[in-house]
Ligand binder design. Structure first.
Ligand SMILES: C[S@@+](CC[C@H](N)C(=O)[O-])C[C@H]1O[C@@H](n2cnc3c(N)ncnc32)[C@H](O)[C@@H]1O
Length: 274
Protein backbone atom coordinates (compact mmCIF):
# COMPACT_ATOMS: atom_id res chain seq x y z
CA UNK A 1 0.00 0.00 0.00
CA UNK A 2 1.45 3.38 -1.03
CA UNK A 3 0.81 6.88 0.29
CA UNK A 4 -0.26 8.91 -2.75
CA UNK A 5 0.69 12.57 -3.25
CA UNK A 6 -2.79 13.72 -2.40
CA UNK A 7 -3.03 11.47 0.69
CA UNK A 8 0.36 12.69 1.87
CA UNK A 9 -0.73 16.34 1.70
CA UNK A 10 -4.03 15.95 3.55
CA UNK A 11 -2.56 13.65 6.22
CA UNK A 12 0.49 15.89 6.67
CA UNK A 13 -1.73 18.96 7.12
CA UNK A 14 -4.08 17.21 9.52
CA UNK A 15 -1.15 16.00 11.65
CA UNK A 16 0.46 19.46 11.67
CA UNK A 17 -2.83 21.09 12.62
CA UNK A 18 -3.63 18.67 15.47
CA UNK A 19 -0.25 17.92 17.04
CA UNK A 20 2.28 20.28 15.46
CA UNK A 21 4.62 17.69 13.91
CA UNK A 22 5.37 18.73 10.34
CA UNK A 23 6.54 16.43 7.55
CA UNK A 24 8.44 18.07 4.71
CA UNK A 25 7.85 16.49 1.28
CA UNK A 26 11.26 14.79 1.53
CA UNK A 27 10.01 12.96 4.67
CA UNK A 28 7.05 11.44 2.86
CA UNK A 29 8.43 7.88 2.88
CA UNK A 30 9.07 8.20 6.57
CA UNK A 31 5.46 9.21 7.24
CA UNK A 32 4.24 6.32 5.09
CA UNK A 33 6.49 3.94 7.00
CA UNK A 34 5.36 5.12 10.41
CA UNK A 35 1.64 5.03 9.65
CA UNK A 36 1.47 1.88 7.52
CA UNK A 37 1.07 -0.64 10.36
CA UNK A 38 -1.68 1.50 11.95
CA UNK A 39 -3.57 1.58 8.65
CA UNK A 40 -3.20 -2.20 8.25
CA UNK A 41 -4.24 -2.81 11.90
CA UNK A 42 -7.50 -1.04 11.13
CA UNK A 43 -8.08 -3.33 8.13
CA UNK A 44 -8.05 -0.41 5.70
CA UNK A 45 -6.92 -0.61 2.07
CA UNK A 46 -5.84 3.01 1.77
CA UNK A 47 -4.36 5.90 3.70
CA UNK A 48 -7.41 7.91 2.69
CA UNK A 49 -9.67 5.71 4.85
CA UNK A 50 -7.30 6.26 7.73
CA UNK A 51 -7.42 10.02 7.14
CA UNK A 52 -11.23 9.94 7.38
CA UNK A 53 -11.00 7.96 10.62
CA UNK A 54 -8.60 10.49 12.18
CA UNK A 55 -10.58 13.47 11.01
CA UNK A 56 -14.19 12.43 11.53
CA UNK A 57 -14.61 9.19 13.49
CA UNK A 58 -16.05 9.29 17.01
CA UNK A 59 -13.21 6.95 18.11
CA UNK A 60 -10.57 9.24 16.65
CA UNK A 61 -9.18 10.32 20.05
CA UNK A 62 -8.04 6.76 20.83
CA UNK A 63 -6.48 6.41 17.37
CA UNK A 64 -4.64 9.72 17.75
CA UNK A 65 -2.84 8.31 20.82
CA UNK A 66 -1.43 5.59 18.55
CA UNK A 67 -0.49 8.13 15.87
CA UNK A 68 1.31 10.26 18.47
CA UNK A 69 3.32 7.30 19.68
CA UNK A 70 4.12 6.22 16.13
CA UNK A 71 5.27 9.68 15.02
CA UNK A 72 6.83 11.34 18.03
CA UNK A 73 10.59 11.38 18.52
CA UNK A 74 11.09 10.25 22.13
CA UNK A 75 14.88 10.86 22.32
CA UNK A 76 15.93 12.32 25.68
CA UNK A 77 18.42 11.56 28.44
CA UNK A 78 19.48 12.67 31.91
CA UNK A 79 21.77 15.69 31.94
CA UNK A 80 20.94 16.81 28.39
CA UNK A 81 21.99 20.43 27.69
CA UNK A 82 22.97 20.82 31.30
CA UNK A 83 24.33 24.37 30.95
CA UNK A 84 20.81 25.85 30.85
CA UNK A 85 19.75 23.92 33.94
CA UNK A 86 22.86 25.16 35.75
CA UNK A 87 21.92 28.74 34.81
CA UNK A 88 18.47 28.15 36.25
CA UNK A 89 19.93 26.96 39.54
CA UNK A 90 22.98 29.24 39.79
CA UNK A 91 21.76 32.51 38.24
CA UNK A 92 18.01 32.77 37.72
CA UNK A 93 16.65 31.27 40.95
CA UNK A 94 19.14 33.34 43.04
CA UNK A 95 17.85 36.44 41.19
CA UNK A 96 14.27 35.44 41.88
CA UNK A 97 15.09 35.01 45.58
CA UNK A 98 16.96 38.34 45.70
CA UNK A 99 13.92 40.18 44.33
CA UNK A 100 10.97 38.19 45.68
CA UNK A 101 12.36 36.33 48.69
CA UNK A 102 10.74 32.94 49.23
CA UNK A 103 7.86 33.60 46.83
CA UNK A 104 6.92 30.35 45.09
CA UNK A 105 8.07 29.57 41.59
CA UNK A 106 6.87 27.28 38.86
CA UNK A 107 8.89 25.40 36.26
CA UNK A 108 7.08 23.79 33.34
CA UNK A 109 8.75 21.14 31.17
CA UNK A 110 6.36 21.36 28.25
CA UNK A 111 7.53 18.43 26.08
CA UNK A 112 9.22 16.24 28.67
CA UNK A 113 9.00 12.88 26.87
CA UNK A 114 9.60 10.14 29.48
CA UNK A 115 10.71 12.53 32.22
CA UNK A 116 14.51 12.63 32.10
CA UNK A 117 14.47 16.43 31.65
CA UNK A 118 12.26 17.43 34.63
CA UNK A 119 13.96 14.84 36.84
CA UNK A 120 17.39 16.23 35.90
CA UNK A 121 16.12 19.69 36.87
CA UNK A 122 14.77 18.37 40.20
CA UNK A 123 18.11 16.70 40.95
CA UNK A 124 20.03 19.91 40.18
CA UNK A 125 17.73 21.96 42.43
CA UNK A 126 17.93 19.35 45.17
CA UNK A 127 21.73 19.42 45.09
CA UNK A 128 21.66 23.20 45.39
CA UNK A 129 19.26 23.00 48.35
CA UNK A 130 16.57 25.12 46.68
CA UNK A 131 13.65 22.93 47.76
CA UNK A 132 14.37 23.81 51.40
CA UNK A 133 14.39 27.54 50.65
CA UNK A 134 11.21 28.25 48.69
CA UNK A 135 8.15 26.43 47.32
CA UNK A 136 9.01 25.11 43.84
CA UNK A 137 6.47 23.45 41.60
CA UNK A 138 7.78 21.39 38.65
CA UNK A 139 5.12 20.44 36.13
CA UNK A 140 6.08 17.93 33.43
CA UNK A 141 3.87 17.37 30.42
CA UNK A 142 4.01 15.76 27.02
CA UNK A 143 1.62 15.09 24.19
CA UNK A 144 2.10 11.37 24.67
CA UNK A 145 0.07 9.62 27.37
CA UNK A 146 2.36 6.58 27.36
CA UNK A 147 5.48 8.76 27.79
CA UNK A 148 3.91 10.40 30.85
CA UNK A 149 2.97 7.01 32.31
CA UNK A 150 6.59 5.94 31.97
CA UNK A 151 7.80 9.15 33.58
CA UNK A 152 5.52 8.57 36.56
CA UNK A 153 7.18 5.18 37.16
CA UNK A 154 10.65 6.74 37.24
CA UNK A 155 12.41 3.58 36.03
CA UNK A 156 15.12 3.95 33.38
CA UNK A 157 17.56 1.95 31.29
CA UNK A 158 21.29 2.64 31.76
CA UNK A 159 21.21 4.23 28.28
CA UNK A 160 19.10 7.11 29.65
CA UNK A 161 21.87 7.76 32.16
CA UNK A 162 24.73 7.60 29.66
CA UNK A 163 25.57 11.30 30.09
CA UNK A 164 24.94 11.46 33.79
CA UNK A 165 27.82 11.43 36.29
CA UNK A 166 28.16 8.07 38.06
CA UNK A 167 28.35 9.63 41.52
CA UNK A 168 25.01 11.39 40.92
CA UNK A 169 23.48 8.22 39.56
CA UNK A 170 24.53 6.37 42.71
CA UNK A 171 23.17 9.15 44.91
CA UNK A 172 19.82 9.71 43.19
CA UNK A 173 18.92 6.29 41.78
CA UNK A 174 18.29 2.87 43.25
CA UNK A 175 19.14 -0.32 41.34
CA UNK A 176 16.03 -1.97 39.96
CA UNK A 177 15.60 -5.58 38.73
CA UNK A 178 16.60 -6.15 35.11
CA UNK A 179 19.64 -3.84 35.19
CA UNK A 180 17.40 -0.76 35.45
CA UNK A 181 17.60 2.31 37.67
CA UNK A 182 14.74 3.82 39.68
CA UNK A 183 14.90 7.49 40.59
CA UNK A 184 14.82 8.26 44.33
CA UNK A 185 11.25 8.74 45.63
CA UNK A 186 11.99 12.21 47.09
CA UNK A 187 12.97 13.40 43.56
CA UNK A 188 10.13 11.66 41.72
CA UNK A 189 7.57 13.16 44.10
CA UNK A 190 8.75 16.66 43.14
CA UNK A 191 7.15 16.30 39.69
CA UNK A 192 3.50 16.81 38.78
CA UNK A 193 2.79 14.84 35.60
CA UNK A 194 0.15 15.54 33.00
CA UNK A 195 -0.52 15.41 29.27
CA UNK A 196 -0.77 18.62 27.23
CA UNK A 197 -0.58 19.66 23.62
CA UNK A 198 1.54 22.80 23.39
CA UNK A 199 0.00 23.79 20.05
CA UNK A 200 -3.34 24.25 21.82
CA UNK A 201 -3.75 27.54 23.64
CA UNK A 202 -6.15 26.15 26.27
CA UNK A 203 -3.67 23.39 27.23
CA UNK A 204 -0.88 25.93 27.66
CA UNK A 205 -3.03 28.27 29.72
CA UNK A 206 -4.28 25.52 32.03
CA UNK A 207 -1.01 23.63 32.53
CA UNK A 208 1.51 26.44 32.13
CA UNK A 209 -0.24 29.37 33.83
CA UNK A 210 2.18 31.59 35.75
CA UNK A 211 5.30 29.58 34.93
CA UNK A 212 8.37 31.72 35.46
CA UNK A 213 10.42 29.07 33.68
CA UNK A 214 9.35 27.03 30.66
CA UNK A 215 11.58 24.35 29.19
CA UNK A 216 10.49 23.38 25.68
CA UNK A 217 13.57 21.77 24.24
CA UNK A 218 14.12 19.67 21.15
CA UNK A 219 10.55 19.71 19.88
CA UNK A 220 10.43 22.86 17.75
CA UNK A 221 12.79 21.14 15.31
CA UNK A 222 9.79 19.01 14.31
CA UNK A 223 7.33 21.92 13.90
CA UNK A 224 6.70 24.31 11.00
CA UNK A 225 7.61 27.98 11.54
CA UNK A 226 3.96 28.90 11.74
CA UNK A 227 3.33 26.33 14.50
CA UNK A 228 6.42 27.41 16.45
CA UNK A 229 5.23 31.02 16.30
CA UNK A 230 1.76 30.03 17.54
CA UNK A 231 3.18 27.88 20.36
CA UNK A 232 5.64 30.56 21.49
CA UNK A 233 2.73 33.00 21.62
CA UNK A 234 0.84 30.59 23.90
CA UNK A 235 3.85 30.41 26.19
CA UNK A 236 4.19 34.19 26.26
CA UNK A 237 0.53 34.54 27.24
CA UNK A 238 0.81 32.25 30.23
CA UNK A 239 4.11 33.57 31.62
CA UNK A 240 4.46 36.36 34.20
CA UNK A 241 7.09 39.15 34.06
CA UNK A 242 9.94 38.39 34.31
CA UNK A 243 10.08 34.84 33.01
CA UNK A 244 12.36 32.62 30.97
CA UNK A 245 11.89 30.25 28.02
CA UNK A 246 14.48 27.55 27.37
CA UNK A 247 14.62 25.97 23.90
CA UNK A 248 17.08 23.40 22.57
CA UNK A 249 20.60 24.39 21.49
CA UNK A 250 19.79 23.68 17.85
CA UNK A 251 16.54 25.66 17.95
CA UNK A 252 16.41 29.41 17.38
CA UNK A 253 13.44 31.73 17.58
CA UNK A 254 15.39 34.69 16.23
CA UNK A 255 14.00 34.70 12.70
CA UNK A 256 10.46 34.36 14.05
CA UNK A 257 10.47 37.81 15.73
CA UNK A 258 8.72 36.84 18.94
CA UNK A 259 8.04 39.05 21.97
CA UNK A 260 10.86 37.36 23.86
CA UNK A 261 14.33 38.86 24.13
CA UNK A 262 17.32 36.53 23.70
CA UNK A 263 19.91 36.78 26.46
CA UNK A 264 23.11 34.95 27.26
CA UNK A 265 23.79 33.70 30.78
CA UNK A 266 27.13 31.99 31.40
CA UNK A 267 27.28 30.91 27.75
CA UNK A 268 23.71 29.55 27.69
CA UNK A 269 21.05 31.25 25.55
CA UNK A 270 17.62 31.83 27.08
CA UNK A 271 14.57 33.80 25.89
CA UNK A 272 13.36 36.37 28.41
CA UNK A 273 9.96 37.97 28.88
CA UNK A 274 10.41 41.31 30.61
C1 LIG B 1 12.85 14.75 21.31
S1 LIG B 1 11.72 14.74 22.67
C2 LIG B 1 12.46 15.99 23.69
C3 LIG B 1 12.37 15.67 25.16
C4 LIG B 1 13.04 16.69 26.09
N1 LIG B 1 12.40 17.98 26.01
C5 LIG B 1 14.51 16.81 25.78
O1 LIG B 1 14.94 17.86 25.28
O2 LIG B 1 15.25 15.86 26.06
C6 LIG B 1 10.33 15.58 21.93
C7 LIG B 1 9.04 15.40 22.70
O3 LIG B 1 8.09 16.37 22.24
C8 LIG B 1 6.81 15.80 22.36
N2 LIG B 1 5.85 16.55 21.55
C9 LIG B 1 5.73 16.57 20.20
N3 LIG B 1 4.71 17.35 19.82
C10 LIG B 1 4.16 17.85 20.97
C11 LIG B 1 3.05 18.70 21.24
N4 LIG B 1 2.30 19.20 20.26
N5 LIG B 1 2.76 18.98 22.54
C12 LIG B 1 3.52 18.46 23.54
N6 LIG B 1 4.57 17.64 23.34
C13 LIG B 1 4.89 17.34 22.07
C14 LIG B 1 7.02 14.37 21.88
O4 LIG B 1 5.97 13.51 22.32
C15 LIG B 1 8.39 14.03 22.49
O5 LIG B 1 8.24 13.38 23.71
Amino acid sequence: MKLSDAEFVILRDLIAERIGLFYHPNKRDLLEDKLLSLVIDKGFNSFLDYYYLLKYDTMAAEEWKKVIDALRVPETFFGRERDQVDVLSEVLIPRHVAVYGAKSLKIWCAACSTGEEPLSIAITLDRAGWFEQLPIKIVASDLSYSAIQKGKQGIYRPYSLRNFPTDLRNRYFIEHPGGLWKVAPHILSRIEWTTANITIQADCLSVGALSQFIFCRNVFIYFSEETIRRTVRHFFECMPIPSYLFVGASESLLKLTTDFELQEFNGAFIYVKR
